[in-house]
Write a protein that binds this ligand. Structure first.
Ligand code: HMG
Ligand code: MG
Length: 303
């Protein structure tokens, strides 16, 4: 049987944002900068470097402006940031973000918990963000959380997912990343969600963002690739979670995605050994275990 897969895959590294925002230890600016620089050195072309949200809500992302301004930028790498409103966008632009992201949800309850407003209100806030970003020539990415389930309301319909996805695309987002925020999805549900979505939306406009709570994220990545999606979010060492999704674990580990892509012969541009060393290093800084199965297997093989 031959698999229908894209030749090249774009990895969006979200560890410095989605990963660090959920760690109990808040890292200092210098360590966050070093992490991003090391990730860029390993070949990652898009790195979510921070988040311009309320530091009361997410203290770990305070000083994202300093992180972005202190970075030694590697040519060709896009350093991106989350921006929930006009203020976040202005701060991100002042810090030199190459791209920003707005983040909505397919569940009303999650929207209220995460950004303190309804889905419709969030889209109105994002309209202003997208207009200002577009006037400044800045690309905007969209996120939709809870595409396969919500920690507060449970089931989420596919029509709710694509309703908000369409609204973000209509605002000018060049791509929308579909987030399984609590990592409950399985490959069958991913196939169902994407085959529905891809009848309405070109695959180039969709990305996937899988948390690994139930250990399904890598299988879900493979299913998304087979459905034609070629933009995959992941987090070095599987760092991450979401502060408003209790019990959710980190994103699929970037090392595991790279190993999968290597096995399939798909291009991605990342040096696995350099990435593994960076994952081990950041876990040392955080005092936690590396959650990448591939990183742990490679480390064991070297002893
Ligand atoms: P709000 O309370 O509705 O808005 O918060 P507000 O305008 O009344 O502001 C409240 C406070 O925040 C004020 O300060 C503002 O100055 C400040 P205070 O008077 O309390 O000292 N503020 C800001 N500060 C810095 N930067 C800003 C900013 N805006 C307001 N841009 C708000 C609305 C969105 C700001 C708030 O709810 C918030 O920051 N939420 C955090 C949301 C978040 O970061 N969640 C995690 C990321 S999303 C995620 O992880 C999911 C994803 O990974 C995909 C997936 O897995 O599903 C993307
Ligand atoms: Mg996430």
């Amino acid at each position: 049987m031959s698999l229908s897969l894209p030749e090249t895959v774009r990895i969006v590294e979200v560890g410095p944002r989605d990963g660090l925002q959920n760690e109990t230890a808040a890292l200092d600016v210098a360590t966050r900068v070093a992490l991003i620089e090391r990730l860029a050195d390993s070949g990652l072309g898009t790195i979510e470097a921070g988040s311009f949200v309320s530091p009361r809500w997410i203290p770990q992302m305070a000083d994202s402006g300093q992180v972005l301004t202190k970075l030694q930028r590697r040519p060709g790498v896009r350093y991106t940031a989350l921006t929930p409103n006009r203020r976040g966008l202005e701060d991100a632009m002042a810090a030199g973000a190459d791209e920003v992201a707005v983040f909505a949800a397919a569940s009303e309850a999650f929207s209220q918990h995460n950004i303190n407003c309804s889905i419709a209100e969030s889209v109105e806030r994002f309209r202003e963000v997208c207009e200002l970003a577009s006037a400044a020539g800045l690309p905007v990415r969209g996120y939709v959380s809870c595409v396969l389930g919500c920690p507060y309301q449970g089931t989420v319909s596919e029509s709710a997912v694509y309703d908000v996805t369409r609204r973000l695309l209509d605002l000018g987002c060049y791509e929308v990343s579909l987030g399984d925020t609590i990592g409950v999805g399985t490959a069958g549900r991913v196939e169902s969600l994407l085959s529905d979505g891809l009848q309405q939306i070109p695959s180039e406009w969709l990305a996937v963002h899988f948390h690994d709570t139930y250990g399904q994220a890598l299988a879900n990545v493979l299913m998304a690739l087979q459905c034609g999606v070629r933009s995959i979010d992941s987090s070095v060492a599987g760092l991450g979670g979401c502060p408003y999704a209790p019990g959710a674990s980190g994103n699929v580990a970037t090392e595991d995605v790279v190993y999968l892509l290597d096995g399939l012969g798909l291009r991605h541009g990342v040096d696995l050994e350099q990435l593994r060393a960076t994952g081990d290093w950041i876990c040392g800084q955080l005092g936690r275990k590396n959650r990448s199965r591939v990183a742990n297997a490679l480390a064991a093989a070297q002893h």
